[in-house]
Design a protein around this ligand. Structure first.
Ligand code: CP
Ligand code: NVA
Length: 304
């Protein structure tokens, strides 16, 4: 494994599979109460410059279950919010802690933190990527479908952090990926370059959700206005008209098609309440798998 988990673009297919296999093992150990306190005495600093429920709780609980400790640093209340340079924060935290998880806006801030920290850094969401979430999604899909290779993943919605990470993660694991985004809301150009450069890649970016979802094995969506984009909500609601994952759209997918949503969801916007409830078991399994996938990442990055 590399020193950090900053974005899935940095990981090889083998490294992603290694994390998924370890995540399955972590889940098995937790369910069967097999001791796995491999990070005894270790501390993870968690920096949050945006809100969180799942990421905070799953990292904190995960560190506890691994025998270690996690501490919460709010961007606003720490010196980070008062402008202390990230390269200094990195060098200070590295002297107290064994790993850093950070949720923030700019991917460049996370990359900078990792450059100056001698300890592992994990991206807990930036505007560009949400690698931990997508590892949990891939784990959940493989768990239910027994494989990833050759399955069709359809993403419907904003070309945001989730879309970026799903395209990269899905393609690296041999899935066919179809993304439907309205004009002006495409995934990041670095992701599109990667997707178009993958040999044998069956990637498409389309405007019509129906084209993306046709014959899909898993349909994934996310909010239309991400954290930090709240003021664009009205404009976005208009731009995303017709992009709701509803019953009519799901009719076009394969029978037995899964639905994933990283949550929080805005039911009645990007997903209908009916589709959400029909797939609630898969969606909450996906939430649970954040815990197991992150324990795998923490173990692989922070073990001696
Ligand atoms: N899916 C996810 O990252 O949830 P939180 O924003 O609650 O952490
Ligand atoms: N795209 C969403 C994901 C939340 C987990 C956001 O960035 O707000």
């Amino acid at each position: 494994m590399k020193k950090d988990l900053l974005k899935l673009l940095d990981l090889s297919r083998e490294e992603i599979i290694e994390i998924l296999d370890m995540a399955d093992q972590m889940k098995y150990s937790q369910k069967h109460r097999i001791p796995h306190d491999h990070l005894r005495g270790k501390t993870l600093a968690m920096i949050f410059e945006k809100n969180s429920t799942r990421t905070r709780v799953s990292f904190e609980v995960g560190m506890y279950q691994l025998g270690g400790h996690a501490l919460f640093l709010s961007g606003k209340e720490s010196q980070i919010g008062r402008g202390e340079p990230v390269e200094d924060t990195a060098r200070v935290l590295a002297r107290y802690c064994d790993g850093i998880m950070i949720r923030t806006f700019a991917q460049a801030e996370v990359e900078e933190l990792a450059k100056y920290a001698s300890i592992p850094v994990v991206n807990g969401l930036t505007d560009f990527a949400h690698p931990c979430q997508v590892l949990a999604d891939l784990m959940t899909i493989r768990e239910k479908m027994t494989r990833l290779e050759g399955l069709k993943l359809a993403f419907v919605g904003d070309g945001n952090n989730m879309a970026n990470s799903l395209i990269v993660g899905g393609l690296k694991c041999g899935m066919d990926v179809s993304a439907a985004c309205p004009e002006g809301y495409d995934p990041d150009p670095r992701v599109l370059d990667f997707a178009r450069g993958v040999a044998e890649s069956r990637f498409e970016l389309v405007r019509s959700p129906a084209d993306a979802v046709r014959d899909a094995d898993v349909v994934i969506t996310d909010v239309w206005a991400s954290m930090g984009q709240e003021e664009e909500r009205t404009v976005r609601t208009k731009a995303f008209e017709g992009y709701c994952v509803d019953e009519a759209l799901m009719e076009l997918a394969h029978p037995g098609c899964m639905v994933q949503h990283c949550l929080p969801a805005h039911k009645g916007e990007e997903i209908s309440a009916g589709v959400f409830e029909a797939h609630a078991d898969e969606i909450f399994e996906e939430s649970e798998n954040r815990l197991h996938a992150q324990k795998a990442v923490l173990y692989l990055l922070m073990k001696d």
